[in-house]
Design a binder for this molecule. Structure first.
Ligand code: DCP
Ligand code: MG
Length: 413
C-alpha cells in the first residue's frame, strides 16, 4: 500500500435547523420553509393542534405562512426549496415575505437542534474518533489514520458517515475531504446539499484558485473590501502576490497567513475540544429604544444580558478578561467597545459594571435597535487559581446565545 497522506474532512449539515423541523413535520418536505423570528400567536395555534393530532397529520393549511409578515425578525435558515426564491440566512423576514409569500414560517427551537447536533456528532465519533466540534452543525474530522480514510482520497469514509447519519437521524450533510482544514472547509460547500467533494494538493489551481477570496474561512468583509480595492478578486489573484508584498499591506501576521492560505497551506491540527473564543448574548428590540427616554427598559435589558452571559460562563466553566458591548443604531450602523480587566471573572456584578463603563464610551444620541454583551479572552475556570465560583444565575430564555457561532467565526461581534 502506498504511503498515507494527511486527509482532513469538514462536515456541514444541510439547511440544519430547517431539516430538523422537517423531521417533525414531514408533510413540509420539498416545500419552501423558513426558520426565524420570535414565536407568534400563529405558532401557538400550531402547538395546540399538535396536542390533538400526530405532528405528521397536521394539514398544510394550518401552518403559518410568510405572507403578510410584519416585524423585525430575520431568516435564520431556509430549506433549499425556499433558497430558490432568493431567501436565505440573515435576510429580513419582511423582505423574504415579498420574495416567497407562500413559504411556511416556523420559529427557532434551539433545544431541538442541540439534540440533533449531539446525535450526529456521536455518530461521527463512533466511526472516526478524532473530531473537532465547530458549532451546532459543523465538525472537522481527521481521516488520516481511520480505516478507509485513505480510500479514494477519503470519499469512501465520507460516504459511510453520510449514510450512517442519514439512516440514524434522517438528516443529510455535505462533506469535503482535503489535505487540511482550510481546503476541507471550502470543499464541503462544493456539492451542497448531500454532496461529497474530494480535493488533493494538485487540485489547487483548478478548484481553489478560481474561487472568490471570501471563500477562505478567516477573510471577513473588511479584508475582502481591502483586497478588492487592490484589484484582487479570486484566490488565484491573491496567490500571485509575493509574501513580502502581502506583509507590507496587511502586516506580518495577516500577510503571512494570506500567502499560505492562497497556496492552500494550513497545518492546524484537528483538536478534540474546541475552546470558545468568546461568550456573548445579544438582543434586537421589538422597537428602537432611546438611551434617555427608554432608560429604564434599556437598563433592564442590559442587566439581563449581563446575567445571561454570567450564567453561560458558569454553565460552560469559563472565566474571561475582556468585557465588551455591541450596539446597533436605528440606521443599522454598529459600534463595539471593550475593556480588559486585570483579573479573570465570571461574576455578574463585575461584568455589569465593566459593560456599563463601555456603554459610557459610545454616542447615545440615536435610537438603538440592538444591544449585546460579550466576554472574551476566555480560559477554563479551573485554570485560574484564585477564582471563586459564583452561583450560576438561572438562564433566561429568548435571547440568542452566540457561543456556538462565535466559536467558528470570531469576526462576528
Ligand atoms: N444560523 C444562524 N445564523 C446565521 C446562519 C446560520 O443562526 N446567520 C444557524 C441556522 C443554520 C445553522 O446555523 O441552520 C447552520 O448554519 P449553516 O451556515 O451551515 O446553514 P445551514 O446548515 O442552514 O445551510 P447549509 O446547507 O448551507 O449549510
Ligand atoms: Mg449547514
Amino acid at each position: 500500500m502506498s504511503e498515507k497522506i494527511r486527509r482532513i474532512a469538514h462536515l456541514d449539515m444541510d439547511a440544519f435547523y430547517a431539516s430538523v423541523e422537517l423531521l417533525r413535520y414531514p408533510q413540509l418536505q420539498g416545500l419552501p420553509v423558513v426558520i426565524g423570528g420570535a414565536r407568534r400567536a400563529e405558532d401557538e395555534t400550531l402547538r395546540q393542534l399538535q396536542e390533538h393530532n400526530s405532528l405528521a397529520r397536521i394539514a398544510l393549511d394550518a401552518f403559518p405562512r410568510l405572507q403578510g409578515y410584519t416585524g423585525r425578525g430575520v431568516v435564520t435558515t431556509a430549506t433549499y426549496a425556499a433558497r430558490q426564491f432568493g431567501v436565505g440566512s440573515a435576510l429580513g423576514l419582511m423582505k423574504a415575505a415579498k420574495l416567497c409569500p407562500q413559504a411556511i414560517l416556523l420559529p427557532v427551537d434551539f433545544a431541538e437542534y442541540r439534540k440533533y447536533s449531539r446525535a450526529f456528532k456521536t455518530i461521527v465519533t463512533d466511526i472516526a474518533p478524532l473530531m473537532e466540534d465547530r458549532g451546532v452543525d459543523e465538525v472537522y474530522i481527521d481521516f488520516t489514520d481511520v480505516p478507509g480514510g485513505q480510500r479514494e482520497g477519503g470519499r469512501v469514509l465520507a460516504r459511510l458517515i453520510q449514510k450512517t447519519i442519514f439512516e440514524q437521524t434522517g438528516l443529510t450533510c455535505s462533506i469535503g475531504v482535503a489535505p487540511n482544514k482550510l481546503l476541507a472547509k471550502m470543499a464541503s460547500e462544493f456539492n451542497k446539499p448531500k454532496g461529497i467533494a474530494v480535493v488533493f494538493e494538485e487540485d489547487l489551481q483548478s478548484k481553489i484558485w478560481p474561487l472568490a477570496c471570501r471563500k477562505i474561512n478567516g477573510i471577513g468583509p473588511k479584508t475582502d473590501v481591502k483586497l478588492q480595492g487592490m484589484g484582487i478578486q479570486t484566490i488565484g489573484e491573491l496567490a500571485q502576490k509575493t509574501v513580502d508584498w502581502l506583509i507590507d499591506h496587511f502586516g506580518q501576521k495577516t500577510g503571512a497567513w494570506l500567502f499560505d492560505a492562497a497556496h492552500g497551506r494550513d497545518q492546524r491540527p484537528v483538536v478534540l475540544e474546541s475552546e470558545p473564543v468568546s461568550i456573548s448574548r445579544e438582543t434586537t428590540f421589538e422597537r428602537d429604544l432611546h438611551a434617555v427616554r427608554d432608560k429604564a427598559a434599556l437598563g433592564a435589558i442590559f442587566t439581563r444580558l449581563c446575567q445571561q452571559v454570567a450564567s453561560d460562563l458558569a454553565a460552560k466553566g469559563y472565566v474571561g478578561k475582556t468585557i465588551g458591548i455591541k450596539l446597533r443604531y436605528e440606521d443599522f450602523k454598529s459600534v463595539t467597545r471593550d475593556q480588559t480587566l486585570d483579573d479573570y471573572t465570571a461574576d455578574f456584578a463585575v461584568i455589569r459594571q465593566t459593560a456599563g463603563l463601555c456603554l459610557k464610551r459610545v454616542p447615545l444620541a440615536q435610537r438603538l435597535r440592538l444591544l449585546g454583551v460579550r466576554v472574551a479572552t476566555l480560559v477554563k475556570a479551573e485554570q485560574v487559581q484564585e477564582f471563586i465560583t459564583n452561583q450560576p444565575l438561572a438562564p433566561v430564555k429568548q435571547t440568542q446565545s452566540a457561543i456556538d457561532i462565535e466559536a467558528r467565526n470570531n469576526q462576528l461581534f
